[in-house]
Design a protein around this ligand. Structure first.
Ligand code: FAD
Length: 380
């Protein structure tokens, strides 16, 4: 795979790999155990300039591309899935504000890149998840302000965020054509954060509900066109699904490496278990599917960097990678026998962390719907 990557991409990848091995991986068990936002690790990523990896230089970024962002994500998630998840949020927020925002919004980008401004995105609601267009949160116009009312659920970084991109109905009767994106500073009166969610895995990301109780923001905080945010969110998914795919890929890679190390070391029936064909076949299937997933992701990222539409490719990459990561991390745990079920071994955490990747950024049922629609368009 390396041979297809540019010299610059490999340099950034090597920086991320060093950071992942020296700083991220050693902190992973602590982050999982404490379940507190790891500000120190977050800052370490920011200090390496990694949050601006895909952002153009004129906007303060590194000036690389989606492919490099995916490569970096794989490295970080190989060290810790949760830190990989944390890495995605500022990368995507800076790109989102640069693509869709005005100079008023872009003022937040330097802080996001240096880790001092923590962003979050609030689309999902307690009663409306996959059906984004059915959201109930409203933003009504009063003079030169919007007044936001409603509750958002599962906001990653919700507990610690300084700014939140809130998706709300500015025209409640217009379905998906009535949704706008409004940047809300969390120190505004009426922003009420719920308690942190108690999750199976991916600890340390400070997810919570946020209620917006008649929160007033200036009209200038509208990001992109009024009523135009559904399209923006869907376009954003193209990139974010590649990031989530790369995150699952990094975790699958870590699972395979652990499985190989364990199978080489552990002896049963007089030989290392790696020498039993049943184990070899599980590991061979891991290697095959990890390679295939990497190709799907890199192919889609290259198309994205060429400005091509990638709804189909992003959905395929997300669906294939997250399903295969779940399967093979489960097999890596199986190869560890009883030890795989113990917190002593990293594979137990990988097993819990990777499960989320099939649920968010559009569940894998939603990815199948997207793919089926594209197949219908192409072949029916
Ligand atoms: C840890 C975590 C972090 C998150 N972070 C954020 C965040 O930062 N910001 C944010 O806005 N959201 C976030 N989310 C929310 C996430 O995007 C949603 O959970 C996800 O989109 C699914 O929505 P839901 O949970 O309401 O499930 P539902 O939409 O209620 O779906 C339930 C089940 O029904 C299936 N289903 C739904 N519709 C269909 C259909 N038409 N056909 C077939 N099957 C269907 C789904 O696939 C799923 O299996 C996060 C979630 C979690 C768990």
């Amino acid at each position: 795979m390396d041979r297809f990557l540019s010299e610059e991409c490999r340099m950034v990848r090597d920086t991320a790999r060093r950071l992942a091995e020296d700083v991220v991986a050693p902190a992973a068990a602590r982050i999982d155990r404490e379940d507190v936002f790891p500000r120190d690790i977050y800052t370490a990523l920011a200090e390496q300039g990694l949050f601006g990896v895909a952002l153009r230089e004129e906007a303060g970024g590194v000036g690389m591309d989606a492919l490099t962002a995916c490569v970096v994500m794989e490295e970080i998630a190989r060290g810790s899935g949760a830190v990989g998840n944390a890495f995605a949020i500022p990368v995507e927020a800076a790109l989102f504000l640069d693509h869709h925002g005005s100079d008023h919004h872009r003022q937040w980008i330097p802080g996001i890149l240096e880790g001092s401004v923590i962003p979050a995105t609030a689309v999902t609601e307690p009663d409306h998840g996959s059906d984004v267009a059915a959201m109930k949160t409203t933003a009504r116009r009063e003079g030169d302000e919007y007044v936001i009312k409603g509750t958002k659920a599962w906001v990653t970084f919700g507990q610690v965020a300084d700014i939140v991109m809130v998706f709300a109905k500015t025209d409640p009767d217009a379905g998906h054509k009535g949704i706008s994106c409004i940047l809300v500073e969390t120190d505004r009166p009426g922003v009420i954060r719920g308690k942190s969610e108690d999750l199976l895995g991916m600890h340390g990301l400070a997810e919570c509900q946020i209620t917006f109780d008649e929160v007033r923001v200036p009209v200038a905080n509208l990001v992109g066109p009024e009523h135009g945010a559904f399209k923006m969110a869907m376009e954003n998914f193209n990139f974010s699904r590649l990031m989530m795919s790369s995150m699952a890929l990094g975790m699958a890679q870590a699972g395979m490496e652990d499985a190989v190390a364990y199978a080489t070391d552990r002896k049963q029936f007089g030989k290392p278990i790696f020498q039993h064909q049943a184990i070899q076949f599980m590991i061979a299937d891991m290697a095959k599917d990890i390679a295939a997933a990497r190709l799907l992701i890199h192919h889609a990222a290259r198309l994205y960097d060429m400005g091509q539409p990638i709804a189909m490719e992003a959905a395929q990459a997300k669906l294939f990678t997250t399903d295969m990561a779940q399967t093979h991390i489960s097999n890596a745990l199986q190869i560890h026998g009883g030890n795989g079920y113990s917190r002593e071994y990293r594979v137990e955490r990988l097993f819990r962390d990777v499960r989320l990747s099939q649920i968010y950024e559009g569940t894998n049922q939603i990815q199948r719907m997207i793919i089926a629609r594209q197949v219908e368009k192409q072949y029916a």
